[in-house]
Design a protein around this ligand. Structure first.
Ligand code: PRP
Ligand code: URA
Length: 215
């Protein structure tokens, strides 16, 4: 893992990069795309949860009593940005099965590229949880900025929010970090730029359409 800039971590593990290259390929079909997004998300969750606190407990092995480390029970929430963020949820939950899942529905208006909120259902205690906001693509950053804003409006603490994307454009990273400099972002790759339609280049195309087989 290396830092692209302050608070932006690129999880460049070979397993992740290999799988990312497969989902970038336009010939990869819906089923493989969906499975690989889930797998990459699980690998990324490993780094995202690296700073979870541990506590020491006493256990007894077949040999003797000993002290051992266990997660100290910090509450987590996974917040997919609908629709494409849904594809990342199961991968994260494989690592942290007790996390609650909240949903924020946002789509990008294809003309203005501005985010439009259409759904929001969150765990009631989001102010007590560490929140992992997931969306495969960080393009202009509009959707991520809006999702973080909705979480803050509903009582979340910015220091407890992490944003996890598979592919980011430099423009999206700039937009999020300028608005929320405290937030930590985890990405598998930072691509070159956005094209004139707001798509990431080279990217992987429309993540939602490729996950759900729509056009
Ligand atoms: C995609 C993607 C992000 C957003 C990124 O969603 O999943 O949510 O675009 O773009 P931005 O950084 O410029 O906001 P889209 O709006 O296509 O909706 P979908 O998930 O329903 O396909
Ligand atoms: N949303 C996507 O799904 N892909 C992009 O490249 C940009 C936004």
């Amino acid at each position: 893992m290396y830092d692209y800039c302050k608070n932006v971590h690129v999880v460049d593990h070979p397993m992740i990069q290999h799988k990312l290259s497969i989902i970038r390929d336009k010939n990869t079909g819906t089923k493989d795309f969906k499975d690989l997004v889930e797998e990459i998300s699980m690998f990324m969750a490993y780094e995202v949860t690296r700073d979870l606190p541990l506590e020491e407990i006493e256990i007894e092995t077949p040999i003797c009593k000993t002290k051992a480390k266990m997660l100290s029970g910090k509450k987590l929430g996974v917040i997919p940005i609908l629709r494409a963020g849904l594809g990342m949820v199961n991968g994260i939950l494989k690592l942290v099965p007790a996390a609650k899942v909240g949903h924020i529905g946002i789509y990008r208006d294809p003309e203005t590229l501005k985010p439009v909120e259409y759904y929001c259902k969150l765990p009631t205690d989001i102010n007590e949880r560490e929140l992992i906001v997931v969306d495969p693509m960080l393009a202009t950053g509009g959707s991520a900025v809006a999702a973080i804003y909705f979480l803050l409006q509903r009582g979340a603490d910015i220091r407890n929010i992490k944003l996890v994307n598979l592919i980011a454009a430099p423009e999206g990273i700039k937009a999020v970090t300028e608005k929320y400099p405290e937030i930590e972002i985890f990405v598998a790759a930072v691509d070159e730029r956005l094209n004139e339609h707001g798509y990431i280049v080279p990217g992987l195309g429309d993540a939602g359409d490729r996950l759900f087989g729509t056009k």
